[in-house]
Design a protein around this ligand. Structure first.
Ligand SMILES: *Cc1c(COP(=O)(O)O)cnc(C)c1O
Length: 235
């Protein structure tokens, strides 16, 4: 299977999930997760219509970016961000989907203002107790929303989560549902901040995530094939 054939199949599966959930396909963005992939693979996905890419390391993307010729493409950081790399991330990416502290948000804000840009961000929420996972506790997310007035360089677009891996994707459903319910309750208490985006769902569980309201599915393996780099596993 080629990358472009894989993208067709993923799009069909997204369409089928949207139909089951009585949602419009236009409300679900397909992000191609291109971590560990060479520039040529991203270029192939771009040729097949992909306009949103997810990378998990600032440095890896910094090395790859000069080789890319993709007008209109957007790049999001979906890996954990350390505060000493926040300025570089704000420069290289259109969006940071893994903001998990007020401190990181403040660093990104300062960098975005210096660059004269508005950086789109998602707040990563940790809904499981796994040691390896990053993200804010659900009860802490409102700290960032309260700080938003002082973060004019950021546009807080919504929430993101990575549930534990389950063999049966149905087992991930309660996590996706919990993220949607958290968003709904935060939006109710912060009416100026509707948090329209819910980034949830990966190659093996995106259909369930769409049924639970995902607006962005992050797909690596199902587009590019298996990665052999264990360090690239989502954390
Ligand atoms: C790697 C990664 C993905 C993609 O995972 P696949 O199972 O290959 O689709 C999605 N989200 C995050 C945060 C990741 O690190």
């Amino acid at each position: 299977m080629s990358i472009s054939e894989n993208i067709v199949r993923v799009r069909q599966a997204i369409g089928a999930a949207c139909e089951r959930a009585a949602r419009s396909e236009h409300d679900v963005t397909l992000m191609a997760v291109s971590k560990t992939q060479p520039a040529a693979a991203l270029q192939e996905a771009y040729a097949a219509g992909i306009r949103l890419f997810g990378e998990n390391k600032v440095q890896e993307f910094q090395q790859k970016a000069p080789a890319l010729n993709m007008p209109g493409a957007r790049f999001a950081l979906i890996g954990h961000l350390q505060s000493n790399k926040a300025a570089k991330a704000a420069e290289l990416f259109h969006a940071v989907d893994t903001v998990d502290s007020v401190k990181i948000a403040e660093r990104l804000n300062t960098a975005a203002l210096a660059l004269n840009k508005t950086l789109a961000i998602l707040i990563e929420v940790k809904l499981s107790s796994e040691e390896s996972k990053h993200g804010m506790a659900p009860g802490a997310v409102s700290e960032i929303l309260h700080a938003a007035a002082h973060l004019p360089g950021l546009s807080i677009r919504g929430l993101m989560t990575v549930p534990p891996f389950f063999d049966d994707p149905e087992d991930a459903r309660p996590y996706f549902r919990q993220l949607r319910e958290l968003r709904n309750s935060l939006a109710a208490t912060h009416p100026q901040m509707p948090l329209p985006e819910l980034s949830m769902g990966m190659s093996h569980d995106f259909a369930v995530a769409i049924e639970e309201g995902s607006t962005c599915v992050r797909i690596g393996t199902a587009i590019f094939g298996a990665r052999d780099d264990p360090a690239a596993r989502p954390a």
